[in-house]
Design a protein around this ligand. Structure first.
Ligand code: PEP
Ligand code: MG
Length: 293
């Protein structure tokens, strides 16, 4: 079908069999927000660790607010998901290298809860950012439901603090990455998450006992296991918004499997958009066969 038939003016994309599909972008450098065009649904993942390069940046609420605010203002009425700092493990933060447990799984939300001052500063910056557009906040590397509850408490406390200082703020929806197998298997227990987004980069490495950039293990071979886990987890999501922002979403090869798993919202690097858009237009979402087959 010609693109004009499958792309409405609001930027809504449809598969060959007419199922609405959302296509969003992942951004690292905040300047990449300029890639947000009318045909893109929004920002499905902003990796805030690219905006916070050191412990000093992590302690600087006003600097973070200025960066996030620019992104939200540029996005206008389109939704933006900013992910809280995903540091630790293979993602170091300058000034925090000496933390002894960094190599042993203290990463993402676990690190934020272990270093609550970093989390509180970012929570305040995000609460203040939410006034400027359609912000949602996403938590990285969530393994257990209580981690969300503890972060939500931090947001509530910091919102009260901002209120006492009479600073404008708003509570954003708080969702989570699904990138730890233990969380994917138990997704129905995450009642306090507002939405879910699959991170296949980490999901793959933790499922395949590999590392994300490993040349030793063929992580592509793990794709069927990853797809099966995603399909099961989507069923456990209880109707909450579900998307995928890992690299698998940007590879047309996996699109039939991801559609069959029930996914209808894909967030990809800006450069991957044309390939994924044409793949979506050519596929039936409610079946895995290509259109016209
Ligand atoms: C992922 O793990 O798939 C993901 C999107 O997060 P990151 O690549 O930043 O670890
Ligand atoms: Mg990840």
């Amino acid at each position: 079908a010609p693109a004009t038939d499958t792309q409405t003016e609001s930027g809504e994309l449809r598969s060959a069999d007419g199922v609405p599909i959302q296509l969003s972008i992942n951004i690292n450098d905040p300047a990449e927000i300029d890639a947000l065009d009318p045909a893109t649904a929004g920002v499905g993942l902003m990796r805030s660790e690219f905006s916070v390069a050191s412990v000093a940046d992590a302690a600087n609420e006003e600097r973070q607010l200025a960066i996030y605010r620019q992104v939200l203002e540029r996005a206008g009425d389109k939704p933006v998901i900013i992910r809280m700092l995903d540091i630790g493990g293979d993602k170091p933060l300058a000034g925090l290298e000496d933390l002894p447990a960094l190599a042993s799984g203290l990463r993402g939300i676990r690190l934020l809860l272990a270093q609550p001052e970093i989390a509180r500063v970012q929570a305040r910056a995000l609460l203040r950012t939410a006034v400027f557009g359609r912000l949602s906040v996403m938590l990285p590397m969530v393994t257990f439901p209580d981690e969300i509850d503890r972060m939500r408490d931090i947001f509530r406390e910091e919102a009260e603090r901002l209120g006492r200082r009479a600073l404008p703020h708003r509570m954003p929806p708080i969702g989570m990455m699904v990138e730890v197998p233990a969380a994917a298997l138990m997704l129905d227990t995450f009642g306090s998450a507002a939405f879910f987004s699959f991170g296949t980069n980490d999901l793959t490495q933790y499922l395949a006992a590999s590392t994300r950039d490993s040349s030793e293990a063929d992580t592509g071979k793990a794709a069927p296991a990853v797809l099966r886990l995603i399909a099961q987890a989507v069923k456990l999501a209880a109707g909450k918004p579900v998307s995928i922002c890992g690299d698998m979403a940007g590879d047309p090869h996996y699109l039939p499997g991801l559609l069959a798993a029930g996914l209808r919202h894909f967030s990809v690097a800006p450069a991957r958009r044309p390939a994924i858009r044409s793949a979506i237009i050519g596929l039936n979402a409610d079946g895995t066969r290509a259109a016209g087959e």
